[in-house]
Design a binder for this molecule. Structure first.
Ligand SMILES: *Cc1c(COP(=O)(O)O)cnc(C)c1O
Length: 412
C-alpha cells in the first residue's frame, strides 16, 4: 500500500530525479500579450517561441471581435454542445470552416472543439468505434503529436485496435505493413507538419496508399492551417488534394491566433462523432465569443492582409534557410515557420537556451519525451510580425552562442 505521505515523497523524489537528468520543466509567466516582444519576469525578451505564425494573437481586429462577441453572447456557453451550449456563432464558424475545405474533402462538414487535443482524441477514438472491438488497425506516424498518440492509445484500450508505427519519411514501408493487414477498418494517422521538426508529411503518397488499401487518412494540420497554401487553407490546399477518405484536423490557437480546433470530414463521419465522440459530448462548449472571434480570424486569413502576412513569413523562412549555417549543430531542411536547431544533449540545449535568454531572446529547449532521446534541440518559430532584421540578428547571436557552447565543452 502507498500512503499519501509515501506518495508525496515519491513525487518529490521523482522531481529531483528529473531535475538531475536536466528534464525538469519550468513554467514562465508572461505579462504581455503574445507577440514578438514578450515581458517575462519584468524583462523584455525577443520571442521566437510561439505558434502564432501569422501574428494574429494580439491583432486589434480580433481583440475588438472578442469584446463584441462577449457583448453579443456573454462569456460562457453554459453547457456542452448537445445540451444547450451550441450557439449560432458555433454554427456559423463550422459552416465557414467547411466552406474553407470543401475543395479538398467531398461532402465536407466541420465540428468545432475547444482544443486540438480533444479533437484528436475524438477523431481517433470515435472513428475506431465504427468497427466492432478488435476490428481496426491504426497506422500512426512515429513522430506524431502527443494528442494523436494519446488518441491512438485510448482507441487501443477501448476498442482493442491494433497499432503499428511507421516512419513518415519512408511511406513505402507503410505499404509493406498495410498489405499484411486483414482488419476491416484501417486508419492512417499523421501530423501534416511535424511539430518539432517543421517538415511536411508526404500526404500525397499517404493518400494514395489510403486509396489503394481502402483506409481512412487522419491528417492533423495544427501547424499548416492558416499558413500553408495561397489562401491559407492548409496542407490540403498546398498539396492540391481532394478525397472522400480524408479526416482533417485543424487547430485555431496557432496561426488563427485564437483558440480551439475542428475536425472536417464527410458529413456522415461528423454526424457519427456527434453521436459517439465522448470527448466532444462530455465537454462544455467553448464560449461563443471565441467562435465569433474566429470568424473574423478566418476573414483575415483569406484577405490581402493574410496573403501579405504569409508572404512575409515565407521571406523569413528563406532568409533563415539561406543564411544560417552551424559548425556542429544541425539545422533542419524545413520549409515552415518551425525551424529547429538540433544539438543532441539536454545539457547543450539547455545551455544554449540559457545563453539566448541572457542575450534577451526567448527560445525554448525541447527535450525528451517531446522529442526522441539524443535529439534535444532549440525550437525556433517565426511569426509574420518578425522582420528580416530580427531574423538576421538572431542568426548572428546563435552563431556566437554555438562558439561559446563548444568552447565551454572543450574546457570540460
Ligand atoms: C498544438 C497541437 C495540437 C493540440 O492543439 P491544441 O489546440 O493546442 O490542444 C495537436 N496537434 C499538433 C500537431 C499540435 O502541434
Amino acid at each position: 500500500m502507498i500512503s499519501t505521505f509515501r506518495a508525496l515523497m515519491m513525487a518529490q523524489e521523482q522531481i529531483v530525479d528529473l531535475d538531475q537528468q536536466l528534464l525538469k520543466r519550468k513554467l514562465r509567466i508572461t505579462e504581455s500579450p503574445c507577440d514578438t516582444e514578450a515581458t517575462v519576469n519584468d524583462r523584455q525578451l525577443k520571442a521566437f517561441c510561439s505558434n502564432d505564425y501569422l501574428g494574429l494573437a494580439n491583432h486589434p481586429v480580433l481583440v475588438n471581435a472578442l469584446a463584441e462577441g462577449a457583448t453579443l453572447y456573454g462569456v460562457g456557453s453554459g453547457a456542452s454542445h448537445l445540451i444547450s451550449g451550441h450557439s449560432i456563432a458555433h454554427d456559423l464558424l463550422e459552416k465557414r470552416l467547411a466552406s474553407f475545405l470543401e475543395k479538398h474533402i467531398s461532402q465536407a462538414r466541420t465540428l468545432f472543439f475547444s482544443t486540438g487535443y480533444l479533437a484528436n482524441l475524438t477523431a481517433i477514438t470515435g472513428l475506431t468505434r465504427l468497427a466492432p472491438r478488435g476490428e481496426t488497425s491504426i497506422y500512426s506516424a512515429k513522430l506524431n503529436h502527443a494528442s494523436l498518440i494519446d488518441g491512438v492509445r485510448l482507441a487501443s484500450a477501448q476498442m482493442d485496435a491494433a497499432v503499428t508505427l511507421f516512419d513518415h519519411n519512408a511511406p513505402n514501408k507503410l505499404i509493406d505493413l498495410i498489405k499484411l493487414e486483414e482488419k476491416p477498418l484501417k486508419l492512417i494517422v499523421t501530423d501534416g507538419v511535424f511539430s518539432m521538426d517543421g517538415d511536411l508529411a508526404p500526404v500525397k503518397e499517404l493518400l494514395q496508399i489510403a486509396e489503394q488499401y481502402d483506409a481512412l487518412l487522419v491528417v492533423d494540420d495544427a501547424h499548416g492551417f492558416g499558413v500553408l497554401g495561397q489562401q491559407g487553407h492548409g496542407i490540403l490546399e498546398q498539396e492540391n488534394l481532394y478525397s472522400d477518405r480524408l479526416i482533417y484536423v485543424g487547430t485555431l490557437g496557432k496561426a488563427a491566433g485564437v483558440s480551439g480546433a475542428f475536425i472536417c470530414a464527410q458529413d456522415p463521419f461528423i454526424e457519427w462523432l456527434i453521436q459517439k465522440g465522448r470527448p466532444y459530448i462530455y465537454s462544455t462548449a467553448t464560449p461563443p465569443a471565441i467562435a465569433h472571434t474566429l470568424l473574423k480570424s478566418l476573414d483575415l486569413i483569406e484577405s490581402e492582409e493574410g496573403i501579405k502576412r504569409r508572404n512575409n513569413l515565407n521571406k523569413l523562412i528563406t532568409i533563415w534557410q539561406q543564411e544560417m549555417s552551424f559548425e556542429t549543430w544541425k539545422k533542419v531542411p524545413s520549409c515552415t515557420a518551425i525551424q529547429p536547431v538540433i544539438m543532441g544533449s539536454n545539457a547543450n540545449a539547455l545551455m544554449a537556451a540559457t545563453l539566448l535568454d541572457l542575450a534577451g531572446y526567448w527560445i525554448p529547449a525541447i527535450r525528451p519525451p517531446t522529442v526522441p532521446q539524443g535529439s534535444s534541440r532549440l525550437r525556433i518559430t517565426f511569426s509574420a510580425n518578425h522582420s528580416p532584421e530580427d531574423v538576421r540578428e538572431l542568426i548572428i547571436i546563435l552563431k556566437a552562442i554555438e562558439q561559446q557552447v563548444s568552447r565551454k565543452q572543450a574546457h570540460e
